[in-house]
Ligand binder design. Structure first.
Ligand code: CA2
Length: 146
C-alpha cells in the first residue's frame, strides 16, 4: 500500500503553554488537545501528521528543511512570536518548495501594531488566523487538498 502523505505541524515559542495561561486570548485547549484532534482528522483524511513544538527558532528552520527533505506534502506553521521577527524563517520558507500554511489562533491584525507584520506570511502559501484552535484543523483540510 502507498505511504500516506506526510504533513508537518510546527509550533513556535510558548505554544507549549497553551491552555494554561491567558485563556481569554488563546482559549483553553492545550497543544495536546489540538494534537489529538489533528491525529483523528488526519486518519479521516488519509494523511500522517508529525506535530512538534519548540521555543527555539533554529529548530523550526531545521524542521522545515526536514519536511522538504522527507518530501512532506505541506507544513502547517504557527511560528508564534517568531512570525513577527524571523527573517530566518522567511528565508527558509522561500528556499523550500514544500507549501507552508501559516496558522494563528488569534487574528494578529486585530492586535498590537507589532503583530501586524508577518515575515512568515510574506513567504507562506496562505494564512489562517482568528478562528482559535479550529484554525489548525482548517489548515489540515487545506494541506490535504493541496
Ligand atoms: O495567535 C497566535 O497563534 C499567535 O501566533 C500566538 C503568539 C503571538 O506572538 C502571535 O502574535 C500570534 C503567542 C503565543 C504565546 O502562547 C501562549 C500560550 C499560552 C499562554 C501564553 C502564551
Amino acid at each position: 500500500m502507498a505511504t500516506p502523505p506526510l504533513i508537518f505541524v510546527l509550533n513556535g515559542p510558548n505554544l507549549n503553554l497553551l491552555g494554561t495561561r491567558e485563556p481569554d486570548i488563546y482559549g483553553s485547549d492545550t497543544l495536546d488537545d489540538i494534537a489529538g484532534r489533528l491525529e483523528d482528522k488526519a486518519k479521516d483524511l488519509g494523511v500522517t501528521v508529525d506535530i512538534r513544538q519548540s521555543n527555539h527558532e533554529g529548530h523550526l528552520v531545521d524542521w522545515i528543511q526536514e519536511a522538504q527533505a522527507r518530501g512532506a506534502k505541506a507544513v502547517i506553521l504557527n511560528a508564534a512570536s517568531y512570525t513577527h521577527t524571523s527573517i530566518a524563517l522567511h528565508d527558509t520558507i522561500k528556499g523550500v518548495s514544500v507549501p507552508v500554511i501559516e496558522v494563528h489562533i488569534t487574528n494578529p491584525h486585530r492586535r498590537e501594531p507589532f503583530r501586524h507584520v508577518s515575515w512568515v506570511g510574506q513567504a507562506a502559501r496562505g494564512t489562517i488566523a482568528g478562528f482559535g484552535a479550529l484554525g489548525y484543523e482548517l489548515a489540515l483540510d487545506a494541506a490535504a487538498r493541496l
